[in-house]
Design a protein. Structure first.
Lengths: 248, 358
């Protein structure tokens, strides 16, 4: 007798071609989000807002109602959805440029207001969709198409530590930074996403997860090298952990 | 104190409060806004009233956020609005482009002040182009309704909610600082339009149906062409069905003065004075700035000898009048950069001067 131990989550579309680059962690992140929606029984009661960047394509893969927000405005759109429908589960799925640069005001103020929303932010230290330019999270010394000799403080200033900032807000119920570079870390990432969803379901406040992600295409690396970079270069600066959890 | 709006009872009210009260009576469930003179009374009133009624109110961090919150709320089929003015309406242009592409029933009130830039808080009609041509990217149209009395602020707020949902298109009420701040007697009545069913498109969670996506991203050329063809078929329908205008003594007129919004009030008085002097003058007011009453203006041009357009700007609507008239008769312009409406005496003088040769 065969026992099925692995299947496609109900919250994922079955018949679509996944268009993320080979080795990109977006695919894993989308799957974790879908698994959490399944396990919390949220699929039929959820509306998501994605905004521009590689993350916008979530609606192509996930089998739930979705709206595409302008660049940076996912949390404003999500605020509108949630305030109009307090009984719905509402989350955003965004990149770091979207969340922490063009959408910084919307992101921080959603946390300040304590919106009953969950936000997932993929941090890959670059603008991926547009071909790898310097973003708010680009590390010091990192070469991108708009920092040809590496990020220096004089021209570009410092990288943004998103999860720490979100944790400072009194309206935040949960803020964590996770990574997808190993099985153990993927498990922790899923637990964090679930927690960020649960604080919304309990009406406790804003739930946030920053996910460190590889971008092999724009980093000009193999998938394996990219995960090594996540471990060796990103994690010392962007330390993994739970920065705020009012349920703990 | 804002007068209570009992149906059928005459009350004295500011334009801004009239718009806010009408929105509430129209069933607006969510208000998202950021303060700016001369429309702050709308947000102030809404903050208390919406909470009292258990509806949604958010003091947004910016106009960018406010209009995107409206997008979120209306994407679920709920009536929602924002209000703002001139330089801050500029901040909303991106979202208005998205909302037209997403075919969402956004309602936005624009109470015009002086510009460009920070300008000042005097009344102005300087955002006619911003409203009708738009500052967002791509081919799109807003439905634009321009009241000229406080009573009409109520009528057109009701209508804005109806048209926005009927056509799934952002709809703007274009008022000005004078109208927003002025008090007039008004009479409220119940929302007169049918409720539009949104269940075929609104986001509500994919329960017992497949998932819905509200999006404007169309990576393929052919898809975007089909989308735009369909969008413009909708605009053709709007142009056929929704043109609204007011005429005053145009039947036997040799000379017609065209104005919109507050400016029309003085135009009407000037025409009355001219008639007393025996001059055959009429007045014409587009109520819908989009769809613009081009056909009617074109046929008026068959019987009048000259048209004079007056606006509190440097000449914006005059361009649409000229396009409508298409060279049949001279279309003259009398404008003023900003501030109080051009006074009746000046208008009469201008009409007499221009009619000299008629």
């Amino acid at each position: 007798m065969a026992t099925q131990v692995f299947s496609i989550p109900k919250s994922l579309k079955k018949d679509v071609k996944y268009s993320f680059c080979p080795g990109c962690d977006h695919g894993v992140a989308v799957r974790l989000v879908a698994e959490c929606l399944d396990e919390l029984g949220l699929k039929e009661n959820t509306i998501t807002a994605t905004s521009i960047g590689c993350s916008v394509g979530l609606y192509d893969f996930i089998d739930i109602d979705a709206i595409e927000a302008p660049h940076g405005r996912a949390l404003a759109v999500a605020t509108g959805v949630k305030r109009a429908n307090p009984d719905k589960f509402v989350f955003t799925y965004q990149g770091d440029g979207d969340f922490a640069s063009i959408g910084w005001a919307e992101s921080m103020h959603s946390a300040f207001r304590g919106e009953k929303l969950s936000a997932i932010c993929i941090n890959n230290t670059t603008y991926g969709m547009t071909g790898g330019q310097l973003g708010p999270t680009t590390l010091l010394g990192q070469v991108t198409t708009t920092s040809p000799t590496g990020r220096n403080i004089e021209y570009y200033g410092y990288p943004v530590k998103i999860a720490e900032h979100i944790a400072l807000s009194e309206g935040t119920a949960f803020s964590a930074r996770v990574s997808l570079d190993s099985v153990a870390n993927i498990r922790k990432a899923k637990a964090a996403i679930k927690k960020a969803f649960e604080v919304q379901m309990k009406g406790l406040g804003f739930g946030f997860v920053e996910i460190l992600s590889s971008c092999p295409t724009n980093w000009r690396m193999s998938p394996q090298q990219a995960h090594e970079r996540v471990r060796n270069e990103m994690m010392p600066i962007y330390k993994l952990g739970v920065y705020k959890d009012i349920t703990a | 104190m804002v007068a209570e709006c009992v149906t059928g009872k005459k009350v004295l009210m500011k334009g801004n409060y009239a718009i806010a009260n009408a929105a509430i009576k129209a069933g607006c469930q969510c208000y998202f806004g950021y303060p700016i003179t001369p429309q702050s009374e709308i947000g102030e009133f809404m903050s208390g009233k919406m909470q009292e009624l258990g509806r949604a109110y958010v003091s947004a961090e910016s106009e960018l956020a406010a209009i995107n919150m409206v997008i979120g709320a209306v994407s679920t089929g709920v009536k929602a609005m924002s209000s703002s003015s001139s330089c801050a309406i500029s901040l909303m242009q991106e979202a208005l482009s998205y909302a037209t592409a997403d075919q969402l029933p956004v309602v936005l009130v624009s109470v015009m002040r002086g510009g460009p830039g920070l300008g000042n808080i005097y009344p102005s009609q300087g955002d006619y182009n911003q409203a009708t041509i738009g500052g967002g990217n791509g081919d799109y149209k807003l439905i634009v309704l321009a009241p000229s009395t406080v009573q009409e602020c109520i009528d057109l707020t009701y209508k804005a909610f109806y048209l926005a949902f009927k056509y799934k298109n952002p709809t703007m009420i274009l008022a000005d600082g004078l109208l927003g701040q002025m008090m007039e007697p008004v009479e409220f009545y119940d929302y007169p339009y049918p409720e539009i069913d949104t269940t075929s498109w609104a986001l509500s969670g994919a329960k017992d149906r497949s998932a819905r996506v509200i999006r404007s991203y169309a990576p393929l050329e052919e898809n975007q062409c089909v989308f735009l063809d369909n969008l413009f078929k909708k605009y053709e329908l709007i142009e056929q069905n929704e043109v609204e205008y007011e005429e005053y003594m145009v039947d036997d007129a040799d000379f017609v003065v065209v104005a919109f919004g507050s400016m029309f009030r003085n135009v009407k008085s000037a025409v009355k004075l001219c008639r007393e002097k025996g001059l055959k003058v009429g007045a014409f007011r587009p109520i819908t700035l989009y769809p613009f009453p081009s056909e009617r203006l074109n046929s008026l041009a068959d019987k009048v000898k000259k048209i004079l357009v007056t606006e509190i700007n440097m000449g914006q609507m005059v361009r649409d009048v000229r396009l409508a008239v298409n060279g049949k008769v001279p279309v003259l312009f009398k404008g003023k950069g900003v501030g109080a409406m051009i006074d009746v005496e000046t208008l009469v003088e201008e009409i007499e001067k221009q009619m000299g040769g008629v």
